[in-house]
Design a protein. Structure first.
Length: 165
């Protein structure tokens, strides 16, 4: 039953890995875009404090509020990408479990070796030099910055809004 319209296990695993990587790339590009936008906004805000600079209401009220709204939006988009990544990681783990436990899906020796290597390199099963599983902790640590940055910049902008004359 080798239908061309169905994924083979290796193809399904590769597709899941590519989807996980695509979400990671989305997160990275959103964070890069966000930090760049915040740098421009902060530069404009700092410049607005020069003597005789026009539009103080815009720069000291509207801009901080807009930056806080931007932070909320980027937080939502980063959270959505991390949620999608979690879905793909769960599907990957479930497929690996099924491939190992279902006797009808048992691959030959070469495929079993490749599956074993693939399984050990998935996020949830990566190990350190001592053999301890650390993939989940590393994955959680990688997410701290993308999810914390919008809160940090929002706090900075809230202070700017509060402290502006």
């Amino acid at each position: 039953m080798n239908r061309p319209d169905l994924y083979q296990p290796a193809q399904a695993l590769q597709a899941l890995r590519e989807d996980i990587q695509a979400e990671h790339t989305l997160i990275a590009s959103r964070v890069t875009w966000y930090v760049t936008a915040q740098a421009f906004l902060l530069t404009a805000y700092a410049t607005s404090w020069n003597a005789h600079f026009g539009w103080p209401v815009f720069f000291h009220t509207v801009m901080p509020v807009a930056a806080i709204v931007l932070s909320a939006l980027i937080l939502a988009s980063i959270y959505a990408a991390t949620w999608a990544q979690d879905v793909y990681l769960r599907e990957q783990a479930a497929l690996l479990e099924r491939l190992q436990s279902d006797p009808e899906l048992t691959p030959d020796a070469a495929e079993r070796l490749a599956l074993s290597v693939y399984e050990r390199t998935t996020v949830g099963r990566r190990t350190d030099a001592n053999g301890r599983v650390v993939g989940g902790r590393i994955h959680a640590l990688v997410r701290i910055v993308p999810l914390a940055l919008p809160f940090a910049f929002s706090a900075l902008w809230a202070y700017a809004l509060w402290a502006a004359p």
